[in-house]
Design a protein around this ligand. Structure first.
Ligand SMILES: [Zn+2]
Length: 131
């Protein structure tokens, strides 16, 4: 496994698609693609093309992977996943991401689904029902 290598200019271009939220998350507002989740639970991930300095060719990868490998120089070994501790799949801040085994990632997904905050839905329905 070798880390992705990109130019500084591509890092600057990457950050043009990022909105830094008050919580510290880096919300990706560029291109997206759906995928990843098991049991049909597909989620949105950022997608970014850059010039891979290893080959000189354009390459498209998930945005959070680009940030993790190019900025933090951290690789994801086989059998592992990048887990978003912030639970925001469109967040690309490497500080929100942890490399864990696929088994642990799956366990956490199930646990988070079980304890999901539904206050947003409650509030939306309250507004809707108010008229
Ligand atoms: Zn985050």
């Amino acid at each position: 496994v070798t880390l992705l290598k990109a130019s500084r200019a591509d890092v600057v271009r990457f950050m043009r698609y990022v909105v830094v939220l008050p919580c510290g998350c880096w919300l990706w507002v560029g291109a997206r693609s759906r995928g990843g989740g098991k049991n049909g639970q597909k989620v949105w991930y950022g997608s970014f093309w850059f010039v891979d300095l290893a080959t000189g060719k354009r390459k498209t990868v998930r945005a959070h992977r680009f940030a993790d490998e190019v900025l933090k120089k951290r690789e994801c070994p086989p059998g592992h996943d990048r887990d978003h501790n912030c639970e925001l799949s469109l967040c690309v801040n490497p500080d929100c991401v942890e490399i864990v085994t696929k088994a642990i990632n799956q366990e956490r997904k199930v646990e988070r689904r079980r304890s999901r905050d539904t206050s947003g839905l409650d509030r939306a329905l309250e507004m809707y029902d108010a008229q």
